[in-house]
Design a protein around this ligand. Structure first.
Ligand code: NAD
Length: 416
């Protein structure tokens, strides 16, 4: 195991930096958050369409189960490794606690480029991965959801594989599943919507952060595209979008309907009519609000130095490199950290899980309203904690979440 993996290391450093911000009687237990409760590595042999068998590495990590069952997505990406999954799972522990959900933190992943496999190969991979991790997941144990490279489709395969082996349908084993299988209305857009809600709350506190109502978004997948639509709906202009295929910059505002139509017809950001070749210019675009909503460690020090935004809303998990943090802070950019900014997804996943237990169906308006209430309350708690502790929002969100987890540890006691 590569313990000095940059993402895992950045999580460990983050914990060290919040030590003084958590109550003194809990500080000595902070060390416990540097360990993952359970980490499972599995081999996934898949029969490929050409008859050969290929092996893929898969993982499921449960960082903490102190506040409830594990909760966290499943990522399909070639760079997935155990340490990345550990870091993502630890961030889920903090995130669930920061927004006061009764969940621990978990995450899963498979080292695969899903775009290079056929649908049949992906289905066989997902079903075998599910059966390999089936012993540690379940509605009361650990509930996966989609993440980068996975969607409702994979959740349906997981539900079916798990349920078939249990002899009855278990809708609560995953969230983010199709509506007809017990998925929640409003889940698909929840993370992007949440990104907008927390940005709106920040602008209520500091209206001067967005004089021009302009936004730049990296990543135009689930999170980025939903966030973009919500900002536009509320009178903002999206002036830059970047995905892994290219960059679009348009100071007059990008036409999202035209872009969505282009993508629906098989196009991508890089092949859109306004796309440009110079991807790095995305980071110096003159937008009030910058939303990284692609992958981790995107805001390198060099890119941080280029930033012109006033508000940075982390739609992705861990998009800001730790070395970039002082640069961002020195530019007085307010950062709404990932554990708060992208918590909309896990909050509506929680709603989905509750509906599955009760065999209930809530309407979309109710879900959006509850999501708004959850995030507005969480934003206010983090904001107030940051004022009380005299620290930035990242340190406030992480120390508040860590404090809640450590309280749970402390109250439960150490077994045996
Ligand atoms: P997705 O697969 O739907 O979209 C990812 C986007 O990132 C795509 O547009 C892709 O082109 C882009 N991208 C990938 N590599 C890139 C690169 N090198 N440069 C520029 N763009 C690149 O994934 P998603 O579900 O939207 O997740 C995005 C981020 O949000 C991830 O960090 C994920 O962990 C986090 N997140 C997602 C959810 C959710 O509900 N989906 C919830 C919380 C956090």
């Amino acid at each position: 195991m590569q313990n000095n993996h940059p993402f895992w290391q950045s999580y460990l450093n983050l914990l060290d930096s919040v030590k003084e911000l958590i109550p003194q009687d809990l500080q000595k237990s902070l060390e416990s958050l540097k360990y993952c409760r359970r980490a499972l590595s599995v081999d996934i042999p898949v029969r490929m369409d050409n008859g050969t068998v290929q092996h893929f590495a898969g993982y499921r990590v449960q960082h903490s189960l102190s506040r409830g069952p594990g909760k966290g997505g499943i990522r399909y990406h070639p760079d997935v490794c155990l340490e990345e999954v550990m870091a993502l799972s630890a961030l889920m522990t903090i995130k669930c606690a920061t927004v006061a959900l009764p969940f621990g933190g978990a995450k899963g992943g498979v080292a695969v480029n899903p775009y290079k496999l056929s649908v049949g190969e992906l289905e066989r991979l997902t079903r075998r991965y599910t059966s390999e991790i089936a012993g540690i997941i379940g509605p009361e144990k650990d509930i996966p959801a989609p993440d980068v490279g996975t969607s409702q489709r994979e959740m349906a395969w997981i539900l079916d594989t798990y349920s078939t082996n249990h002899g009855y349908t278990v809708p609560g084993v995953v969230t983010g599943k199709p509506i007809e299988l017990g998925g929640s209305l409003g889940r698909k857009d929840a993370t992007g919507l949440g990104v907008y809600f927390v940005a709106r709350e920040a602008l209520k506190k500091e209206p001067s952060l967005s004089p021009n109502k302009t936004v730049a978004i990296q990543g135009y997948g689930n999170v980025g595209s939903s966030a973009a639509r919500e900002f536009v709906k509320n009178g903002f202009k999206i002036i830059a979008i970047q995905d892994h295929t290219g960059t679009i910059i348009n100071d007059k505002g990008i036409d999202l309907i035209a872009l969505d139509n282009h993508i629906q017809l098989g196009g991508c950001v890089g092949s859109f009519k306004e796309s440009i070749k110079d991807n790095e210019s995305f980071w110096e675009v003159n937008a009030d609000i910058m939303i990284p909503a692609a992958l981790e460690l995107q805001i390198t020090p060099a890119r941080a130095r280029k930033l012109k935004c006033k508000l940075l809303v982390e739609g992705a998990n861990g998009p800001t490199c730790p070395e970039s943090e002082p640069i961002v802070n020195s530019k007085n950019i307010i950062v709404i950290p990932d554990v708060l900014a992208n918590a909309g997804g896990v909050i509506v996943s929680y709603f989905e899980w509750v509906q599955n237990f009760n065999r209930d169906i809530w309407n979309e308006q109710n879900i959006h309203q509850r999501l708004d209430e959850f995030l507005s309350k969480s934003f206010a708690e983090v904001w107030n904690w940051s004022k009380e502790k005299k620290c930035n929002l990242r340190l406030a969100a992480v120390s508040l979440g860590a404090t809640r987890v450590l309280h749970a540890h402390h109250t439960r006691g150490l077994y045996p």
